[in-house]
Every structure is written in structure tokens, then in C-alpha cells.
Design a binder for this molecule. Sequence first.
Ligand code: DGL
Length: 278
Amino acid sequence: MDKAIGVIDSGVGGLTVVREIMRQLPQERVFYFGDTARCPYGPRSTDEVRTFTLQMVSYLLRQKIKALVIACNTATAVVFDEIMQHAPIPVIGVIDPGARTAIKETKSGVIGVIGTVGTIRSRAYEKALKRIAPDVEVYSYACPDFVPLVESGIPDPAAALEIVKNSLQPLTTTSIDTLILGCTHYPLLADVIAQVMGKEVKLINSAKETARELSSVLHYRKLFTENSENVPPTHKFFVSGSSSVMKVIAQSFLHVPLDLQQVDVSNEKVCTISWTKT
Ligand code: DGL
């Protein structure tokens, strides 16, 4: 059986990236790990985010994956460089693809970024944007209320609109024409965010560009799965804690059979040097 694409996230948000991978690369198997026991990563320290992320990666590397997508902005911001340096397989994060798309889309050169406290504190998007276009003007805001809202299943749309309005208020007075949804959960709130920001502001969801980058890497490295018999790939989903939100979102959103296992990764060793030997 062909090796899978490993995808990791702090919880369910990375499924927005998985959906795009399945759409663009329907012949590829996906092994998804959502660290639901320790979600959210956004308010955690850099050390915690690093350790937890490396534990998921170590586990998935033993499942013989051929490429890894870090489908979590907070984890990408904190530990992408280290993972990329040591993992024996290609690694793709969500920040560079999102930044590239924003630069392509902006006309005014004024870009907004919203994300978790950890992502915004790292200034990872700002650095990625300025590496591509040094003159770009960037407004970054943390929206810590959005992840709990999505995780709760958005039970009250009117209350959700109020929360989004309050959080984005500082951005509505800027001249941004492009807004990066710098958190995997935010695409699930895209309609509400669009309502608050108005039609003139283009929302950037890095999932599409991340899947495109994955596709190029697989082709370039000759890792692409040729599925000449058209057999649907078998995916696997791993969670470290609760699986209930994962079940609801995965089934309504991905429409694939859910092979779901609960795995405790808290005892995984996090020595990245040892990965080269896997
Ligand atoms: N997956 C995280 C991210 O994209 C959001 C959820 C969390 O805070 O863990 O930043």
C-alpha cells in the first residue's frame, strides 16, 4: 500500500487543510493527527507548542508517512524550521503558502493577519510577507475567542457575529484589502468574518495554496501516487483526546469513512536528531 501524507494540527482545525488535500490530490492517503487532548496551542508557551508538535510528528513518522503537512499556524510559527531541518521527508507548513497568496491578491499592499496569540506573537506572517515584498504594510491581531467558538460548533450565529465584530473592530478602521485567516479554525468562520469585513476585503485561506505546494513537492520528489485502478485511498485519523467534535466535523466536512484511533503521545521522546535514522 502507498505511503500516506501525514497532517498534524492541535485539534480539528487542520481538517480544513485535509479537505483541500483530498480535493486536489484525491488519490493520496492521509494520516491526520489532531492533538485534541492539549488543544488549544494558541495560548501556550513556545516550549509546550514545540514539545507537543514534535511528539505528534515522531508518532506519525513511525507510521511511515512520505511527506508531512503542519496544518497548524501556531505550530508552524514555532517549530517549522526545526522539523524541516531534521525530518527525513518533505515538510510543508501553512504560513509561507498563506503569505504568498496574500501578496498575489493584494492591490493596495496593505494586508491584515489574524491568528492565535502564539502565531501573532511570533510575527511569523509578518516576516514571511516582508521576505516576499518588503514594502508591504501589515496589521496583525490575535483573536483568542475564535477557536473556542469554532470548537463549540457555533451554536448561536447571532452571538458569533457579535464576537467576530468585537474582535475585528481594530481592523475595520485600517485600509487593508486582504486578510489572512492565519489559523486553521478561521475558515470555518469565513462567512461571518466576510460579513464583518465587507466585500472589499479578500479573505485568504492558506489551505488551498498549502495543498498546491504539497502537490508540487510530491511531483518534484516523485512521491506522487499513481492510482490507475481508481481505488479510493484509505485514510486514518488519530486523536490524543476527545474525538466527538472530530467525528462531527470530519463526517460533515470530509465525507469519508472515519477510521479513528485515540493515541496517547505524551510519552513520545522529542529528539529531532534521531528522526534522520527512521
Ligand atoms: N490550529 C491552531 C492554529 O492554526 C488553532 C487552534 C489552537 O489554538 O490550537 O493556530
